[in-house]
Design a protein around this ligand. Structure first.
Ligand SMILES: [Zn+2]
Ligand SMILES: [Zn+2]
Length: 346
């Protein structure tokens, strides 16, 4: 089968991956599930993997097939698999978990002590077929196209997970600030709108993204390059500040904004990454301000997100590309030229 593989870490996205001919995976383990990939989302994390940014965080051996936002049709199952069968259309939670360690028993899939992460630690879905397991797959409702929903496997679930934590702290009349209305941010706004009665304020440098934010439920959208964000948030909230901030950018400038616009007890959820957090510790003491990290989400949260998609509450903007154009997609994302999410259709 054909697979887009990383052979060497590089900053040059034009030659990031090569299309190789590799063996098709088979269900050798009793809980294995082989999925014929219909859609695999390209993600900023793929750019980071190509650059070698993940080598300090996860074990990685090259060559590696990338692709961690996968959906398609089950074509083979191990002998003990009972939850899905051949022909079922599924979205894949991004990690394969053991089910028996303590974090697994607490439902914390991302903390599994025996985790495998296709696309980061094992071969992923930029290929005709993917090997995953029965704990990762979620059957799709009738009308949902796997290629349309694939990016929810990571982008969607990550936005949903951060929003779910934020909504626990949001009462009607409170304010939630969303920083960055790109591939994740546009999902986050829809989840916030569906799950809370807070006022949503969106920040983005692009006017098209600010228009999209208003269309998807934001009450206001500002340009951090020209608008005085702390003054705008203060005016909108009668001086109280924003109870929750969800930062889909994670740059130095955006993490610095949190303490300036947060209400007492407020949280700044860091979803995007690449920058740093530079704050005096007193910032966190004063007003009990907190930075909270977000790593993907639970299996059950992906089920909840699929339910929101099935209800029509969350709509994903996607564009599709054949496997051969994968390096063009990598470059385009690097230059911020992808609208919504790019989906590779091997
Ligand atoms: Zn991703
Ligand atoms: Zn586990």
């Amino acid at each position: 089968m054909r697979a887009a593989r990383l052979h060497e870490y590089t900053d040059d996205m034009s030659e990031a991956l090569s299309i190789d001919d590799v063996d098709k995976p088979t269900a050798t383990g009793s809980h294995d599930v082989i999925v014929e990939i219909e859609g695999a989302g390209w993600c900023q994390t793929d750019n980071h993997v190509v650059e070698g940014m993940w080598t300090d965080y996860v074990p990685q051996q090259l060559p590696l097939t990338l692709g961690h936002e996968n959906a398609g049709t089950v074509v083979e199952v191990g002998e003990e698999v009972t939850t899905v069968s051949t022909g079922d259309r599924v979205i894949c939670h991004p990690v394969m978990t053991c089910g028996t360690c303590r974090p697994c028993r607490q439902g914390e899939d991302m903390y599994c002590e025996n985790v495998a992460f296709p696309g980061l630690t094992h071969d992923g879905g930029f290929a005709e077929y993917l090997k995953t397991n029965d704990r990762a797959v979620i059957p799709l409702p009738g009308e949902v196209d796997p290629a349309d929903i694939a990016p929810h496997a990571d982008a969607g679930i990550t936005a949903y997970h951060a929003v779910k934590k934020a909504t626990r702290e949001l009462n009607p009349g409170d304010t939630a600030v969303v920083i960055g209305v790109g591939g994740l941010g546009h999902i986050g706004i829809q989840c916030l709108d569906a799950m809370s009665a807070a006022d949503i304020v969106a920040l983005d440098l692009k006017s098209s993204a600010r228009d999209l934010a208003r269309e998807l439920g934001a009450r206001e959208a500002f340009d951090p390059a020209s608008d005085d964000i702390p003054a705008e948030v203060e005016a909108l909230t009668d001086g109280r500040g924003a109870q929750q901030i969800i930062d889909f950018v994670g740059a130095d400038e955006t993490t610095a904004l949190g303490p300036e616009i947060a209400a007492p007890g407020g949280d700044h959820h860091v979803v995007g990454y690449g920058g740093h957090v530079h704050q005096p510790s007193q910032t966190l003491v004063d007003g009990e301000f907190a930075y909270r990290g977000t790593l993907v989400g639970r299996y059950t949260e992906l089920q909840e997100l699929v339910a929101l998609v099935d209800r029509g509450d969350v709509e994903l903007r996607t564009s599709r590309y054949p496997l051969e154009e994968i390096n063009e997609v990598a470059e385009a994302l690097e230059h911020g030229e992808i609208e919504g999410r790019a989906v590779i259709t091997p």
